[in-house]
Write a protein that binds this ligand. Structure first.
Ligand code: ARG
Length: 272
């Protein structure tokens, strides 16, 4: 039976891929010898932004900075819950200078409850909020000590999950929150213990196989009804429709060359 779903308007922050390129490799998808079509990346990103605006969401943009080709992946800049912002601390030198830009943008847009993480913490790349719990990834990027730090800061229970496949190096490449009760995930991306925890907390989760995971199908955003995801993830789209969600496919093939897609481009700003 199909569940009736309700969309709730969202407030997102995005960063135009003006300076997007793949010139270094910090995850297995990035091959600096492969050409990147930056104008195409910009057009695909504009299309994603248009989809959000047409759905009635608010989309703010942060100015892209030259020399920071991965800054388009706004999800990594911070985690924002209840109007409190925990700004990222990046693992890799190539990305560390993005954090102050996100910090200053948030400060200048009324986020007074603001702190930069003390441990490596790649924002919503590794922190996904269900409305009740924060699901937190570790294994490749965010330091497990950042999980305890986030729990103290947000005063929300943090569920620590270990990623084991380098292709799924951020939690948002292997798991998506669809609504307060529903998640989707790729079981093989998790350690046996973390997989068992997910099974216990989310017995009705949508599980996603290799093919849809490899096209970054799980790197999707949901407003509770509309789910924006990579269009190549066709089985996942069918599973979402079956559960009463409205899947909307988009093509972000250029950004995939850096190991990112829909969710990576989208930082949710949750007010108090
Ligand atoms: N090239 C970027 C990196 O490896 C991609 C980040 C993708 N963002 C995400 N939220 N998964 O850091």
């Amino acid at each position: 039976m199909r569940t009736a779903r309700t969309a709730r308007p969202r407030h997102y922050l995005m960063c135009r891929p003006t300076h997007f390129d793949v010139v270094y490799s910090i995850n297995p998808w990035m091959d600096p010898t492969k050409p990147v079509d930056t104008p195409l990346a910009i057009a695909q990103w504009e299309q994603l932004r248009r989809v959000y605006l047409d759905l009635g969401h608010t989309v703010d943009v942060i100015d892209p900075l030259p020399g920071l080709p991965d800054m388009v992946f706004a999800a990594n800049g911070a985690t924002v819950i209840d109007g409190r912002a925990l700004v990222a601390r990046f693992r890799d030198d190539e990305r560390v200078n993005e954090a102050p830009a996100y910090h200053d943008w948030l400060r200048d847009h009324g986020f007074t409850h603001l702190r930069t993480a003390g441990f490596v913490n790649e924002g919503e790349g590794d922190y996904l909020f269900t409305g009740e719990w924060l699901l937190a990834g570790t294994g490749f990027r965010s330091d497990p000590r950042s999980h305890a730090e986030a729990q103290e800061y947000f005063e929300r229970p943090v569920i620590s999950l270990r990623l084991v496949d380098p292709h799924y190096y951020h939690l948002d490449t292997a798991l998506a929150v669809l609504d307060e009760k529903t998640i989707a995930y790729h079981p093989a991306a998790f350690s046996p213990g973390s997989h068992a925890v997910l099974r216990q907390l989310f017995p009705d989760a949508i599980t996603v196989g290799d093919a849809d995971a490899a096209v970054f199908g799980l790197n999707m955003t949901s407003d509770g009804y509309n789910v924006v995801l990579p269009q190549a993830a066709t089985d996942l789209a069918a599973a979402l429709r079956e559960r009463g969600f409205n899947p909307i496919g988009v093509d972000l093939s250029e950004l995939l060359k850096a190991g990112g897609s829909v969710k990576c481009c989208t930082l949710e700003l949750r007010s108090a």
